[in-house]
Design a binder for this molecule. Sequence first.
Ligand SMILES: *Cc1c(COP(=O)(O)O)cnc(C)c1O
Length: 844
Amino acid sequence: MTLAAYTPRSLPESLNGLFQLALDLRWTWHHGTDELWRALDAEIWDTTRNAWLVLNSVSGERLEELAADPDFQARYREQMSAHGEFIQADTWYSSDCPGDLGEGIAYFCMEYGLSESLPLYSGGLGVLAGDFVKASSDLGVPVIAVGLLYQQGYFRQAISTDGEQLEFYPYNDPTMLPVAPLRDDEGQWVRVVVPFPGRHVRLRAWKAQVGRCELLLLDSNDPRNEPGDRGITSELYTGDPEKRLQQEMVLGIGGWRLLEQLGRKAVLCHLNEGHCALALIERAFSWQDQYGSDFQVARTATRATNLFTTHTSVASGFDHFSRSLLRLYLAPWLDGRELDIDQLMALGSENGDKGNPPESQKLNMALLALNMSGRFNGVSRIHQKVTQTIFQPFFPRWPAEDIPADYVTNGIHTPSWDSPESDAIWTQACGKDRWRRPLQKSCPMTDISDEALWEMRRLQRTRLIGYLRRRLSSQHCEQNPGFDHSAACGLLLDHETLTLGFARRFTEYKRPDLLLKDQDRLLKLLASRDRPLQIVLAGKAHPYDLPGKDIIRQWKAFSRRPDVEGKVVFIEDYDLGVANQLIQGVDVWLNCPRHPWEACGTSGMKVLVNGGLNLSQYDGWWAEAWNQDVGWAIRPGATFDELSGSNNHDHDLSDVNELFDLLENEVIPGFYDLDGEGIPRNWLRRMRASMDQLTAAYSANRMVREYVEQFYLPMADKGSQRTPEISRELLDEYTTITRHWPRLRFNSFSTSETAEGQTCTVEVYLDGIDEQRIAVELVAEQSDYGPRTVAATQMKHPLSGSAHTYLYECTVPSRPQGHYTPRLRVCDDRLNLPLENPAILWLK
Ligand SMILES: *Cc1c(COP(=O)(O)O)cnc(C)c1O
């Protein structure tokens, strides 16, 4: 493909701005231009939601016709000037943000879910990254996102009549995607080169405009590349580790090189998952080239402004690559660098692995990311604990509670997920631009009547049912042998019936079969004459996930039972478009992952703005969000410690019971508990509480501001202090401390009761380490005497008689003998500790 293929088609002069509008993915959430695209080609717009495709498919005559249509011209000019205003407008970042992020944040992720018309995602991680970029645009935060343009993306799903998942990989013709070749100042197509064994892989660069932000994409399908290399970016999440490594090289190394080539001097690099950890090495290399320093200085200098976000709940979820594969692929890249393969392995090898022969060692990409980062975080409060546990082995002798994992709970881009009906209600309650600014507390819906809210729900549910019927009919419902036609085509779905939605990846831990574990009880609920339930399902199983595929089969079989009467429907090919319709229409969203496996989960957040309610496992975000007033929790109050390691099967059984109890005793009766005017007042009270308390709190708007205020700004500040000189000094100190550390010891530890409590005195020998660099703390575990405490001691004086020996003291609340244990660790405000130096010494 050449640039010529991208020479824009000619548009009538007076409509030239349509290019700009069509290439700004803002149309995925801002519906101002919908009518323009529909006027151009209603069928293409309605089926693909791809404005760029509409613009490139419409006939020349139709364009001329519209150019001459004063009505269309007026709407077009209105949208052009609205877009101009949007670009110019003040934002939270430009006017209220307490700091400056210079040339911005480089954000790396393997997948981006921005729109069903740009299928570069598989699920939660990508949708989160997409929502992150959109919310950054709303807030004006200077984010430059970097990703891969897959030729096929993730697979598309169909289900055969006997319930088998069929997988298809349609080709993404880049000329039909809402992206454009990235051009340099001379108008040339930007190319990036990454060294591979015996060759260079050429990458083409693309740009997707996302409002005020850009997503830069790389693909390897350059005709000059070898056939195998052209396919590196063909599909997402293949099972082949070699291809996976190639993709991570393209994204990490190629991605950072792209930014360098464009002269984008990002102040901070944010990795969304460890897949792109090589970007941090490449970043250190470019720093080295700029300042002529050695690698470890460059690492010290750059890591302060690298942030690593992990979404993983089990250590086996991290990418691992064998040393031999890495050596094969990375040797040309490392050639001429002082970082050799052994040093690279050392940055990402697990401790237990270090004793193994080098050839059997593996590099853990998450660990590499961690060792190159200044901070790291999980994605919900529970996930922080999970992350501390997973990463605990990399902080030897540090208790899990002290592992410096922070957390930022994920959020969703509200304007991408609201329905036209809820948009109208929120506009009435809080004004037009409500999602663009901080919305710390939702504006209460006090002025909106119960009747209006209930009408909103009815309209949304009715629209959903219309959509389900259209989808089912395109799923060939008519040709379902031996199955009732009306049931298969969704004709028995009812727009007054309580509608439960469940859609997500079909994989065991998400337990998409939980409802099926007690089919008698489920059948009773579906068959109820006066208080019926209907269920809509969707979800893909990874092509290699056989148990996941089996659950799809089970649901398909169940939905076809005559006694289910068409009240359970399965929608194929779950994607952003399907998700959008489901979350707008359902009354209740079900989420029942096995605790504590769901790092956060975001699909349930999408129903909030639309007045849907959550019925969910007390896990991920719901463990923070849930209270009696806003929805229902399975196993409320469960803690991570209580559940990790215990028997899955027992859990499943008791969770099934709790789920059905909630449905039978609370959810269903609540929905049908109507007053004289036909309004379920208690249900509405819940809806209001859920909308008021949770919509803003679980928005990407809140999430992005949290990243800016708690991470980007303080990290950029710390990073700006890391000049080449200071970085060298920090590294030298690190080396000194490491050299002395094995000889540090406690000489004595004594306690005495005083009027204020217990005074503890610790005498330590520091072997010549500057005492300013050492903190002595007293740690007491939680007991009947109080919660876990870590108390700082004060250095009183050096011991005059013996060299390098100091006396520390502090007074703490009294606890029995042996409850306080002293420990030594490094202390230095210039560093992020203990991440940058986990040295620690305990008295026992
Ligand atoms: C929101 C979303 C997800 C993430 O949902 P979870 O709650 O994390 O399972 C996955 N896929 C699509 C298409 C989505 O819209």
